[in-house]
Design a protein around this ligand. Structure first.
Ligand code: XMP
Length: 326
């Protein structure tokens, strides 16, 4: 019968059989999936695993610090942090198409992992190994929605599934491929990960790069980071974190509207709040958040974030809308 204990045992066996005595690296995104995948692989192969955190500049406020502190504290895993903001922003310059953004981000991730792998091999003074393993926290819904499931159209290239470059030099280790999010959380609990990690709301691997409708630039990212931090702060303060699945905040960078602030006319950008409730992200409904919480978020964002003069609420379920806007 199905228990989380069985899953852990089964996957630990499978990972050992696949990786043997080789080295593996795992990209950490700050999300639940990669954290649980990493903890599971660490359980299986210990120090043969090195986690790599790519600071691509598309993270939310405080995310990097959270990975560096909480995850390492909880697992004792070996962590390598790669500063890659310029690389990602250069690659994304001038690109507005959502699928193109996803492919670029997926490709740059892999390039960074390849470089990290080469450095690890060099540091260990080993000859270049033939096989390098890359651990990914791919879940069942990611597989289905990227067109890897049975007879499903490709909805989006999740960067850890459909968005990989063709000349991939890694063999993938994907121990969560058959699981849904709630099951992943149970596995995380079983592995002893703390609540802050296990109960975290989902956050997409491509980060804020797919929450800016339009070109991704440093200024726009900074602005969105501020708006997102305010929304998260107020939702947490209102005790709503466990009631919603997640709440993307999206910057409509190519849209402007007229506003008035003080005695001046403004011509700024809107941000969209996209709070959703869901069981597994395959379908979702828009969350009926209390008006006073929405009001507080709106007032704070328009007061505190320069260039944002309007906050709008997305009241679309999935389907027809996906959770993320891109
Ligand atoms: P959509 O927008 O497809 O999102 O309804 C479903 C869930 O998946 C998350 N998401 C991603 N997660 N890599 C990820 O790790 C990705 O490329 C990606 N795209 C979307 C999204 O946040 C939601 O929870």
């Amino acid at each position: 019968s199905w228990t989380t204990g069985n899953i852990v045992e089964e996957q630990v066996e499978a990972i050992r059989a696949q990786v043997g005595s080789k080295r593996a690296i795992c990209g950490l995104s700050g999300g639940v999936d990669s954290a649980v995948a990493a903890a599971l692989v660490q359980r299986a192969i210990g120090d043969q695993l090195t986690c790599v955190y790519v600071d691509h500049g598309l993270m939310r406020k405080g995310e990097t610090e959270q990975v560096e502190k909480d995850f390492v504290a909880a697992t004792g895993v070996q962590l390598k942090v790669v500063a890659a903001e310029k690389r990602f922003l250069d690659a994304l310059a001038g690109v507005s198409d959502p699928e193109e953004k996803r492919k670029i981000i997926g490709r740059e991730f892999i390039r960074v992992f390849e470089q990290a792998q080469a450095e690890l091999v060099a540091e260990a003074g080993e000859e270049g190994e033939e096989v390098a393993f890359l651990v990914q926290g791919t879940l069942y819904p990611d597989v289905v929605e990227s067109g890897g499931g049975t007879g499903t159209a490709n909805i989006k290239s999740h960067h850890n599934v459909g968005g990989l470059p063709e000349d991939l030099e890694f063999e993938l280790v994907e121990p969560l491929r058959q699981l849904f999010k709630d099951e992943v959380r149970m596995v995380g609990q079983e592995l002893g990960l703390p609540e802050e990690i296990v109960q975290r709301q989902p956050f997409p691997g491509p980060g804020l790069g797919i929450r800016i409708v339009g070109e991704v630039t440093k200024d726009r990212l900074d602005l969105l980071r501020e708006a997102d931090a305010i929304a998260r702060e107020e939702l947490t303060a209102a005790g709503l974190d466990r009631d919603i699945w997640q709440c993307p905040v999206v910057l409509l960078a190519d849209v402007r509207s007229v506003g008035v602030q003080g005695d001046g006319r403004t011509y700024g950008h809107p941000v969209v709040l996209r709070p959703v409730s869901s069981e597994d992200a395959m379908t979702a409904d828009w969350s009926r958040l209390p008006y006073d919480v929405l009001a507080k978020i709106s007032t704070r964002i328009t007061n505190e974030v320069a260039d944002v003069n309007r906050v709008v609420l997305d009241v679309t379920s999935k389907p027809p809308g996906t959770i993320e806007w891109e």
